[in-house]
Write a protein that binds this ligand. Structure first.
Ligand SMILES: [Fe+2]
Length: 234
């Protein structure tokens, strides 16, 4: 198996990895947008979807500038670095894992405000992965004196930072607070429901005791009534 040889190969690998990551994000963001309740969060995610599509196009431009870096395997088929390292295609497994975790959270049954906080957490994990990838790729491009590539990578990196900062501002400004209030209200609702259930369904022993008490009360009342009738007859 051919190995990564130099910094330029590492740069190609990062660009391939980021291409797969951006493709997966474009696919996953609509579900996050649909599930977000807070208007500003929905808007921020929507805008980031459009920005992500631009990032994907920018990566194509970068790949053009770098030239397609592929090699042939034993059967003569061309394979990218990612395919050769991880096998089975060029899908970025790191991003796949983060998005799978995010999807699980979205599918959970939870208070809408709590879900907004969870969506922000999932989106920020994605952003941090991208910041790491683009930061590394930009540093490689700078080292290799690939000025145009460096500039393009830097533009995307800055936009990823902006998206991350906006999500932090939304979380700290409103969403986390709403999640705390919403989650507590939901818990109080559950407690009330449990209380009602206990009140309407007394334990079997208590129910039996209460039935016995009622029976003896009825007997006493009947006896009293009988005694009164007898007294009237006298
Ligand atoms: Fe991106």
């Amino acid at each position: 198996m051919e190995q990564l040889l130099n910094l330029r190969d590492l740069l190609d690998h990062q660009v391939e990895d980021l291409t797969s990551a951006e493709d997966q994000i474009i696919e996953a963001l609509p579900a996050m947008i649909e599930n977000a309740k807070d208007g500003r969060l929905k808007k921020a995610l929507n805008e980031h979807l459009q920005v992500t599509k631009e990032h994907r196009k920018r990566l194509d431009k970068i790949k053009q500038l770098l030239g397609t870096q592929q090699s042939e395997d034993a059967e003569g088929k061309t394979k990218s670095f990612l395919e050769r390292i991880f096998g089975g295609g060029t899908k970025c497994k790191g991003m796949e894992g983060l998005l799978t975790e995010g999807e699980k959270v979205i599918k959970e049954d939870m208070d809408a405000q709590v879900k907004d906080a969870a969506i922000i957490a999932a989106a920020q994990k994605v952003e941090h992965y991208e910041i790491s990838g683009y930061g590394t790729a930009r540093a490689y491009a700078a080292q290799l004196k690939l000025d145009v590539v460096e500039k393009l990578l830097n533009s995307t990196l800055n936009e990823e930072y902006q998206a991350d900062d906006l999500l932090t501002a939304l979380a700290l400004g409103k969403v986390n607070l709403e999640a705390e209030r919403g989650g507590n209200a939901a818990r109080r609702g559950n407690n009330r429901a449990n209380g009602r259930a206990q009140a309407t369904k007394p334990p079997a022993r208590a129910a039996k005791k209460s039935a016995v008490k009622k029976k003896s009360a009825r007997k006493k009342a009947a006896k009293k009534k009988g005694a009164k009738k007898a007294a009237r007859r006298r």
